[in-house]
Design a protein around this ligand. Structure first.
Ligand SMILES: [Zn+2]
Length: 254
């Protein structure tokens, strides 16, 4: 299990809940306690971004240089995670800004570049993957993932699940049933948001549910995705328990 992280992600790049001070520290503190290997990413290139986004959108983000620099580093972290996963190591990327609300020509919801799409399209380019499954367990629907990857079906065949069941048990069953029904794929990735947590905005999932989700992904990847799996941090705003929830996910996922 590898954790992707860069100290720069601690820096204040804008004013929104994803960028808020003190959000990532508890995650890193928790994960450091468990001897995971940490890998530092490089920023994505413009060519990487342009596989998923329009030149117009790239130029729009560039107008905020500090945000732009951080968004390139987050996308680069996603690419690094994807390559490590492709080579066989389960990887979790602690990155920000998040990406699942970034579409090809627009963005909202604290997102700028679509980290999931940028990483999958990079793997398509350099490793020739042809298919991927995306589990988006953030509270919010990843409209950016959906919009971009729908337009790229001729390049990479993808399926996305954004579970919306009302109870934790039904939510986990929705994932398990979907995993039984679909596949195989060349890789599985997750938009790993933690805002469905019972003390966060969604108010639904327990810490243990994140371990179950990680385990479901692990088993699915080993059965139908060559064991390849990685996850990218999206939302999650209840700082006191973010570290333990990310660790809980990693415990099931590793
Ligand atoms: Zn969210």
């Amino acid at each position: 299990m590898i954790i992707i992280f860069h100290e720069k992600f601690y820096e204040n790049y804008t004013h929104d809940p994803a960028a808020s001070a003190g959000r990532l520290e508890p995650i890193i503190k928790e994960l450091k306690a468990y001897n995971y290997e940490f890998v530092t990413p490089e920023p994505a290139t413009e060519a990487d971004i342009l596989r998923a986004h329009t030149a117009r959108h790239l130029e729009n983000v560039k107008r905020e240089p500090i945000v732009y620099e951080m968004a390139l580093l987050a996308a680069g972290g996603a690419i690094k995670a994807a390559h490590l996963a492709y080579e066989g190591t389960p990887t979790f990327a602690v990155i920000r800004p998040p990406g699942h609300h970034a579409s090809s020509d627009s963005c909202w919801g604290f997102c700028y570049f679509n980290n999931i799409s940028v990483s999958l399209l990079n793997l398509r380019e350099y490793k020739g993957i042809k298919s991927a499954f995306i589990l988006d367990f953030d509270l919010h629907t990843g409209d950016g993932n959906i919009n971009i990857l729908r337009e790229k079906q001729h390049v990479i065949q993808t399926e996305i699940l954004n579970p919306h069941s009302n109870t934790e048990q039904e939510y986990l069953e929705e994932i398990a049933e979907t995993f039984q029904r679909v596949g195989p794929f060349d890789i599985i990735t997750a938009s790993a948001g933690f805002d469905e947590y019972e003390k966060d905005w969604g108010g639904k999932l327990s810490t243990n549910a994140y371990t179950q989700i990680g385990k479901l992904m692990k088993d699915f990847s080993e059965e139908k995705c060559h064991g390849r799996r990685y996850a990218l941090l999206e939302g999650g705003y209840y700082h006191p328990d973010l570290g333990k929830n990310v660790y809980a996910f990693c415990q099931g996922f590793e």
